[in-house]
Design a protein around this ligand. Structure first.
Ligand code: NAD
Length: 472
C-alpha cells in the first residue's frame, strides 16, 4: 500500500461530516478548528458489528503480518507528522515545539514500531515428563478503547497497537474535547490496515457508557479519570469484561537533602509542567527537604519564568493553554484556595482577566500545608505545590497518604539512597532523578486507585490476549 501525505485540510475533509456535527474550538484562540461528527449509539452498533465480522480473519493472520501492518502505520504517521501535529496543536492547545505536539506524533510512530517488535511466545509452565502445560495468549475478540483529551493521539496508539497486534479488532471512542486529533490519526493509520479492523466512533459519554455495557465488547481499555474508571467497573460488571484502567494520578516527587538544586531544576520543571501540567503521570506534589528547600524553590522559579507560554503554532512557545474551560476553572479555584490559606505564591497564580484562550500562568506555590486541596486534589494544570519536610519518613508518609498511586519520583545524588526510598513508595512507577519518562518497552500502570492492568512491552501485549492453558 502506498503511503499518502495529506495536508491538514485534506485530513479535515476526510473526517468532517458532510452535514451537521459540532464546532471544535481552538483553546488558545477560540477560532474554529473544524467540525466533529456527533455519532450515535446506532453508529456504535454498526462499528462493533463490523469489527466482530472482521475479527476472525484478522486473528487468522500471523504475528509477523500484523507487525508489518503496525510498521506501515508508523511510516504513514511519520509521513503525515507535520499535518497531524498542527491539528493536534490547534485542537488540544499544546505547542508544536517542546515536549508537545510534534513529540506526541513522534511517540505514536515509536509506540507502533515498538509494539510491532515485541516477541510473545507460548510459555512452558510445567514439563516434568508426566505433565505438560503450556500458556498461550489467544485473541480476545473486539476491544473497546476510551480515551482522554490530554494526549489524545499517543494514548490512542497505546490502546490500539497492542490490541491489533494480538489479533483483536478495535472500536475507539475519543474524548469529546479532542475528537478531530483521533479521527485524523485513525484515518492515517487505517490507510495501511485491512478494512474494518479499526473503527472510531466520535461521541459523548453515552457512547462510552454503551461500549462499557455492550455484550460484544470483550475487553475495554480505558484511560481517564478515576471517577469514570469506577463507573466503568460498575457498568461492565454484567458482561464480566476484561478491563485495563489507566486512571488519575497525583504523583509525588521527593527531593532528598543531597541534591544540587540548579542541576535538577530543569528536569523537575518538565516532570511537573509537561503538556502544561495536563499529564497523568506528571509530578503534581513536590516534597523538598528543609536543607535545600529555598535553593530548589529559587532554581525552579528561574527555570519556570524562562519558559514561554502562548499559542501553540508559534514556535517560540513550549507551554500552552488549558484544554478546556472546566479544567481552567479547576486550576484557578485550587490556586485561589491555596492563596487564601496563606500559602506563598512564588510565581504566577494570577491569570490575565479577559485574555483570549484558557491560559493559566505557570504557578509555583511554596509553604503550603500538605492537607491543602492543591496538594491532595489532582490539579491537572500548570500549578505545582512545594511542601517542606524535615525527615525522609515524614516525606514518604505524605507521599503515600493519598488513594492514588500512578507514578512518583525520588531525587538524590546517591542512587542507593534513592532506591531505598523508592522501594517504600506506593506507586506503579518510581523514577529516580526524572519523572514521567514512559518508554514503550517498559510496563506502565497504576497502583491503588490509579487503576489496574499494565500497558507497554510484552506485559502489555499479554493484557490484550486471552490466556489459555494447553495441558496434556
Ligand atoms: P474523563 O474520565 O472525564 O473522560 C475520559 C473518557 O471517558 C472520555 O472519552 C469520556 O467521554 C469518557 N466517559 C465519560 N464518562 C463515561 C462513562 N460513564 N462511561 C464510559 N466512558 C465515559 O477524563 P479526562 O478528563 O478526559 O482525562 C483526564 C483524566 O485522565 C485525569 O484524571 C488523568 O490523570 C487521567 N489520565 C490517566 C492516564 C493514565 O495513563 N493513567 C493517562 C492520561 C490521563
Amino acid at each position: 500500500m502506498t503511503i499518502a501525505s495529506f495536508s491538514i485540510q485534506q485530513l479535515l475533509d476526510a473526517i468532517q461530516p458532510s452535514t451537521g456535527g459540532r464546532d471544535i474550538l481552538d483553546p488558545a484562540t477560540g477560532a474554529v478548528v473544524g467540525r466533529a461528527p456527533e455519532q450515535s449509539t446506532a453508529d456504535l452498533e454498526h462499528a462493533i458489528s463490523s469489527a466482530r465480522t472482521a475479527q476472525s480473519s484478522w486473528a487468522a493472520t500471523s504475528h509477523d503480518d500484523r507487525s508489518d501492518c503496525l510498521l506501515r502505520a508508523a511510516n504513514a504517521v511519520e509521513a503525515n507528522s507535520e499535518a497531524l501535529a498542527e491539528l493536534l496543536s490547534r485542537e488540544q492547545g499544546k505547542p508544536l515545539n517542546g515536549p508537545n505536539a510534534r513529540f506526541e506524533v513522534g511517540a505514536c510512530a515509536s509506540w507502533l514500531r515498538a509494539t510491532a517488535s515485541f516477541d510473545l511466545q507460548p510459555e512452558d509452565v510445567v514439563d516434568d515428563g508426566e505433565v505438560r502445560a503450556e500458556l498461550h495468549y489467544r485473541p480476545l475478540g473486539v476491544v473497546g478503547a476510551i480515551g482522554p483529551w490530554n494526549w489524545p493521539m499517543m494514548i490512542s496508539v497505546w490502546q490500539l497497537a497492542p490490541a491489533l497486534r494480538m489479533g483483536n479488532t478495535v472500536v475507539m471512542k475519543p474524548s469529546e474535547y479532542t475528537p478531530l486529533s483521533v479521527l485524523a490519526l485513525i484515518h492515517v493509520i487505517n490507510s495501511q490496515l485491512p478494512a474494518d479492523i479499526l473503527h472510531v466512533v466520535a461521541g459523548g459519554r453515552d457512547i462510552g457508557e454503551a461500549l462499557s455495557t455492550h455484550a460484544d465488547i470483550d475487553k475495554l481499555m480505558f484511560t481517564g479519570s478515576t471517577a469514570t474508571g469506577k463507573a466503568i467497573i460498575r457498568s461492565s460488571a454484567d458482561t464480566v469484561k476484561r478491563l485495563t484502567l489507566e486512571l488519575g494520578g497525583n504523583d509525588a516527587g521527593i527531593v532528598l537533602p543531597d541534591v544540587d538544586a540548579k542541576a535538577v531544576a530543569q528536569d523537575l520543571f518538565w516532570g511537573a509542567f509537561i503538556n502544561t501540567g495536563q499529564t497523568c503521570a506528571a509530578l503534581k506534589r513536590l516534597y523538598v527537604h528543609d536543607d535545600v528547600y529555598d535553593d530548589v524553590c529559587d532554581a525552579l522559579v528561574e527555570v519556570a519564568a524562562s519558559m514561554p507560554m502562548g499559542v501553540g503554532l508559534n514556535e517560540n512557545n513550549v507551554l500552552g493553554p488549558l484544554q478546556n474551560k472546566a479544567q481552567f476553572d479547576i486550576v484557578a479555584a485550587l490556586v485561589d484556595a491555596a492563596k487564601e490559606s496563606g500559602a506563598r505564591v512564588l510565581l504566577g497564580g494570577d491569570p490575565v482577566a479577559g485574555q483570549a484562550g484558557y491560559f493559566y500562568p505557570t504557578t509555583l506555590v511554596a509553604d503550603i500545608d500538605n492537607a491543602n486541596d492543591l496538594v491532595t486534589q489532582e490539579q491537572f494544570g500548570p500549578a505545582l505545590p512545594i511542601v517542606r519536610y524535615s525527615t525522609v519518613d515524614e516525606a514518604i508518609e505524605m507521599a503515600n497518604a493519598l488513594e492514588v498511586g500512578l507514578g512518583a519520583s525520588v531525587w538524590s545524588a546517591n542512587i542507593d539512597r534513592a532506591r531505598a526510598v523508592a522501594a517504600r513508595i506506593e506507586a506503579g512507577t518510581v523514577w529516580i532523578n526524572k519523572h514521567g519518562a514512559v518508554d514503550p518497552r517498559v510496563p506502565f500502570g497504576g497502583a491503588k486507585q490509579s487503576g489496574y492492568g499494565l500497558e507497554f512491552g510484552v506485559e502489555g501485549l499479554k493484557q490484550l490476549g486471552a490466556p489459555q492453558i494447553i495441558s496434556y
